[in-house]
Design a protein around this ligand. Sequence first.
Ligand SMILES: Cc1ncc(COP(=O)(O)O)c(C=O)c1O
Length: 372
Amino acid sequence: MKVSAEILSLVPYKPGKPISEVQREYGLTEVIKLASNENPLGPSPKALQAIQKALTEQHRYPDPSCYDLVQKIAQKWNVPSSQVGIGNGSNEIIDLLIRIFCEPGDSILTTEAAFVAYKVCAQAARVKVRAVPLRADLSMDLKGIADDFYRNPGSKTQLIFIPNPNNPTGTSVGGEEMDEFLTRLGNRDDVLLVFDEAYTEYVRDPQFKAAQKFYNKYSNIIVIKTFSKVYGLAGLRLGAMLAPEFVLELYNRVRNPFNVNELAQAAGIAALDDVEYIQASQKTVWEGLDFFYKELTRLKLPFFKSEGNFVLFDTQRNSEMCFTNLLKKGIILRPVTNYGFPTYLRMTVGGMAENKKAIAAIEQMLTEVPKL
Ligand SMILES: Cc1ncc(COP(=O)(O)O)c(C=O)c1O
């Protein structure tokens, strides 16, 4: 069988190591996973109730149009329902946007160290990825991205992905830089600006501008949202996008008809209304991040302030060795060598007791893994 070089050289997405696997491999009973930017509070109680209620209908196919969820999102986020699309996690939306708008040989444009799914999905569709270098403080260079677009017309850039905030760096963009970017690229009819806003609810930077807020002013903006973070539903796989109608018309042709199951739809509707849970999730992350900053400073480990629910810190050691050392102590973090940070680890904010155990394990690890 003939298989393309792009598929053969594809490096599969490497998710955070599951708790059960670490328990099995290391014979541990207690394992703390701070590796996948999940919500440590468990699912929202309102979502759990909605799931319970929907369980008895599981012999039926789900509503293929996700009607109730679409209406709820349109109302909550103040957009027409004809501009709301639902996906099996935002990952599916990313994948389908690339398949819809790019042919083999076209490009997507993004930043270096961007969320890795863009690259994996693009390569699977034989689409090229161009990535503009980050600045020294790991912030995204929006000006550089716009310059690259205009400088390289031959690269056939169809989509520009802006993960804001980005994972794994935790940096965000806003202010004048965003205004300039939109002035240069907004309302063009030959490129779509895809803002991936998985973490916006955690942002504390007053300069930040969520595309969700200015989405209506531009004809070529797509905003992707996930229910996996502040809404705590990673396991159910639920994502949404706000997009111009012509995008949704194409999206609804290409996606699988029953891409989002009924439990996810019911839980999503309930989670959107669970204000108490959302606020508790934000508070947990902000307190946890401040705790990590204080402790990493005490341990003299450099880190980057984060607008997400995780922090990227420099172990000053071989991060794979650190990762394995911590696994043996029952702490799962995330190495980010594949993003170009061979001495860094990414640590998700957990509950405070988990955060304290992680820091204690890191402190011990520093005495066991040699500094480079
Ligand atoms: C920036 C970013 N976008 C999208 C996703 C994917 O989320 P989902 O669980 O909705 O597929 C993630 C997951 O970590 C992410 O970090």
